[in-house]
Design a protein around this ligand. Structure first.
Ligand code: CMX
Length: 435
């Protein structure tokens, strides 16, 4: 067993005991109430899941194993000469529940590099799509094709004991994370660079190698990729992609199947696809207004027109957050340091000044502030990654980190198949009529 896996195994016993003892002591206590309206409103605010890797606070934003993004920017190891945290480190933190050393992070990079070989049939499946198929369609197919490599699927067929489930899930999760950048980059080069593919460089870190395979060799872009992959990694368990992965995994579907389910959810415009929608919306606004930097008044009237047309303002609002997303702030700080005069950055900033008041004035939007997707596309555009249909794939590569760490823990902790109850309006009416 390699050193990382052995270290993870050493963390299991105590955590399992801690959870068992906790359930024994507090299992019958009540932590909330469920209102009828919540059943009709996407179960908003219902505490219904255990996700150990991160927790989202409405006011403060995300904390990964207790650490905020600014804390992680300080505490996680960076690439030599760089400033941004390496996503290897946030994965280590979420998996092991302890901060990594520089050696731990280097070991993680090397471990993933060793696992990164993608079998040829995956590329053939992707190649079978017409080039105009949305990158998320190709990404989903590529991940499903990779399922031929599932160790969990094999082990289950061979009759693995349930107490050992975590082991092949760990293998699948690590292999999947290691291979996703190659699959994503393959789709990108196939679609936008006439299939001129770039071989991986195993000496680079996970994000650096991804940037390299996409065709970039700018160190500043590599740093952006490290931050991007870190801040998109996890957002507690109830968001559509994380919840879908946890749900499908609970049927003992292997990590490849579970992750495919999550990516199908991420591809929705109210979730991960919002990152492409933001840029699409900004570019059409700019075009419609004749180019250049629009005034606040022009932006305000475009925002109102979008709302009047019955559409959402992409990149604004959130089901949990009630303040500006700290992931937005981290990206804004990156832009202020590296590209303060970039025209698109100035537009994004102006949109930030204008949109919240208009959304507040609707009287119905619960969170008028920007989320992560309001900024990410601008940074990518700046470095020349202008093909915005691809942005959700990048989000997906990053989201593997938190969701796979969680899935391993789901199997360690022996979580059962998920099966909440449902009811009907008729039954609810009858229940309250009787009262
Ligand atoms: N623009 C216009 N209307 C919005 C809005 C926005 N950005 N955000 C919310 N609303 C509307 C809702 O559509 C809803 O309208 P109806 O009552 O007519 O159906 C009303 O305000 C109340 O919604 P809410 O409780 O504030 O928001 P929800 O929890 O239902 O939805 C979210 C959250 C993110 C789907 C929503 O804010 C939205 O559609 N935002 C734009 C898309 C987006 O940026 N998604 C990315 C989220 C982050 C991520 O997952 O990556």
């Amino acid at each position: 067993m390699d050193k990382l896996k052995a270290h993870f195994e050493s963390r299991i016993e105590n955590s399992v005991k801690e959870v068992k003892d906790f359930i024994a002591a507090h299992g019958d206590e009540v932590i909330g109430e469920i209102k009828v309206s919540q059943l009709y409103a996407g179960m908003r605010g219902m505490p219904a899941l255990i996700t150990e890797t991160s927790k989202l606070d409405a006011e403060e934003g995300i904390r990964f194993r207790g650490y905020s993004i600014p804390e992680l920017q300080e505490k996680l190891p960076a690439y030599p000469g760089g400033k941004q945290p390496l996503p290897e480190g946030i994965f280590y933190l979420m998996l092991m529940n302890e901060l990594p050393s520089e050696d731990d992070v280097r070991r993680m990079s090397n471990n993933w590099a060793r696992r990164a070989q993608v079998p040829h049939h995956v590329f053939k499946i992707i190649d079978a799509f017409p080039k105009h198929a949305h990158p998320m369609t190709q990404f989903l197919a590529g991940i499903t094709a990779l399922r031929t490599e599932s160790e969990f699927q094999r082990a289950y067929r061979e009759g693995i004991n349930k107490k050992d489930y975590w082991e092949p899930v760990y293998e699948d999760a690590m292999n999947l994370i290691a291979r996703l950048p190659r699959i994503a980059a393959y789709i990108y080069r196939r679609m936008y660079h006439e299939g001129d593919h770039i071989e991986p460089n195993s000496k680079l870190d996970w994000s650096g190698n991804f940037a390299h395979m996409l065709g970039f060799n700018n160190e500043e872009f590599y740093e952006l990729m490290r931050m991007y992959m870190t801040i998109h990694a996890d957002h507690e368990g109830g968001n559509v992609s994380a919840h879908a992965i946890h749900l499908v995994g609970s049927a003992l579907s292997d990590p490849y199947l579970s992750f495919t389910a999550g990516m199908a959810g991420l591809a929705g415009p109210l979730h991960g696809l919002a990152n492409q929608e933001v840029i699409r919306w900004i570019l059409s606004m700019r075009d419609e207004l004749g180019g250049g930097l629009p005034s606040k008044e022009q932006i305000a009237s475009y925002v109102k027109k979008t709302l009047n047309d019955g559409k959402v303002i992409p990149g604004f609002g959130h089901a949990v957050l009630r303040k500006t997303d700290p992931r937005y702030t981290a990206q804004r700080e990156f832009a202020m340091e590296h590209m303060p005069h970039d025209e698109l950055f100035l537009i994004v900033s102006r949109v930030y000044e204008v949109v919240p008041d208009i959304l507040k004035a609707t009287g119905k939007v619960k969170n008028p502030w920007p989320n992560v997707d309001a900024h990410s596309g601008q940074l990518l555009m700046h470095y020349g990654l202008t093909q915005y249909d691809f942005y959700t794939v990048m989000f997906g590569v990053s989201r593997s980190l938190g969701t796979m760490a969680s899935l391993i823990w789901d199997r360690v902790l022996g979580f059962p198949i998920e099966r909440p109850g449902s009811t009907t309006t008729e039954l609810l009416k009858a229940k309250f009529a009787a009262k």
